[in-house]
Design a protein around this ligand. Structure first.
Ligand SMILES: Nc1ncnc2c1ncn2[C@@H]1O[C@H](COP(=O)(O)OP(=O)(O)OP(=O)(O)O)[C@@H](O)[C@H]1O
Length: 296
């Protein structure tokens, strides 16, 4: 019999994971899976559960939770030769990974979509010694953007990021960054460096429109030191998705990126606090197979 593991975070979203677990279990059992359910109790649990799923040769792992739970889940697959197929039931406020794969943001619909026979083999990224599914952000503006509380995020959705970001943009100091990518160099002042694997960043689905989930590329955006005057147009670009064409933004793609600074700069990885600079990012092309909805 095929084996499936459900990893569910009872604290995600509106704390409604429990009611979805039985619906997911029902679908998997109807597909002849033997199902194990693991609820997370805190940080690291989803990683440990997924690691044991890899080691036990499990066929399928379903992550029920927000981007944080998904991030922890995929980290259980690090350095594993056997990586189970992945299903995603999004319960968070942003849900970038689900957005990028056209998985419904309505959990009940996403559960129905698990019956799909279609999968997509997608890239993952590695930052220092951990994996990421979506985005790495660094710089003072990233710190401002990602310091939004969960409550505020739930209330305002993606716009919370923008609201906080714009408020701080004018006063955000730039940091001196040195970015080496595929043998090239970018050096200068920047309040924000973004490295995206998918088109959806912070809930903005058009922010990185050229990024395909399996293109083997890291899509990098470096915001150059911006004047007060330009902060408004940059905000509009964040909203309407022309970030890479903005005159104060440098855009490039790479397979491998090193970012360093003499200043102490924290990063944000898939919406969670990440390592401080220096960072080494590389793409792991077509690394995991994810269940996606059938095309209609
Ligand atoms: N039982 C639990 N109680 C409280 N926190 C938990 C529990 N299990 C896991 N966690 C923590 O929850 C965090 C992940 O939350 P997740 O991102 O999935 O949901 P969310 O915060 O609702 O989503 P979003 O960030 O998109 O709003 C992780 O930091 C993890 O350590």
């Amino acid at each position: 019999m095929r084996q499936a593991m459900i990893i569910s975070n009872p604290s995600s979203g509106k704390e409604e994971a429990e009611q979805y677990v039985s619906q997911v279990r029902e679908i998997l059992e109807s597909q002849q899976y033997e199902v194990v359910v693991n609820e997370t109790a805190g940080e690291g649990d989803a990683t440990n559960y997924c690691l044991s799923a890899c080691k036990d040769g499990c066929d399928l792992v379903i992550s029920i939770g927000g981007d944080g739970t998904l991030h922890e889940t995929i980290n259980g697959m690090m350095d594993q030769d056997h990586r189970p197929r992945l299903g995603v039931i999004p319960l968070g406020t942003v849900n970038d990974f689900a957005r990028a794969l056209n998985i419904s943001l309505d959990p009940e619909e996403a559960i129905r979509q698990l019956r799909s026979n279609q999968t997509h083999i997608v890239d993952l990224g590695k930052i220092n010694d951990r994996l990421f599914a979506n985005v790495v952000a660094a710089g003072s503006l990233a710190e401002a953007l990602f310091s939004v509380s969960s409550e505020e995020k739930s209330k305002l959705g993606s716009f919370a990021y923008l609201k906080e970001g714009l408020k701080d943009l004018v006063n955000t100091p730039a940091n001196h960054l040195t970015i080496e990518y595929d043998g090239q160099l970018w050096e200068g002042e920047s309040p924000l460096f973004l490295a995206a694997l998918t088109n959806s960043v912070g809930g903005f689905e058009k922010l990185s429109p050229d990024a395909e989930v399996d293109d083997g590329l890291i899509h990098c955006f470096v915001v150059r030191n911006i004047s007060v005057f330009n902060s408004l147009t940059l905000g509009t670009s964040l909203l309407f998705g022309s970030l890479k064409d903005h005159k104060d933004v440098d855009y490039f793609t790479a397979k491998e990126v090193h970012v360093r600074s003499d200043e102490a700069i924290r990063t944000n990885v898939d919406g969670e606090e990440g390592p401080a600079l220096p960072i080494h990012i590389r793409v792991l092309p077509r690394h995991i197979e994810v269940i996606i909805p059938e095309e209609v």
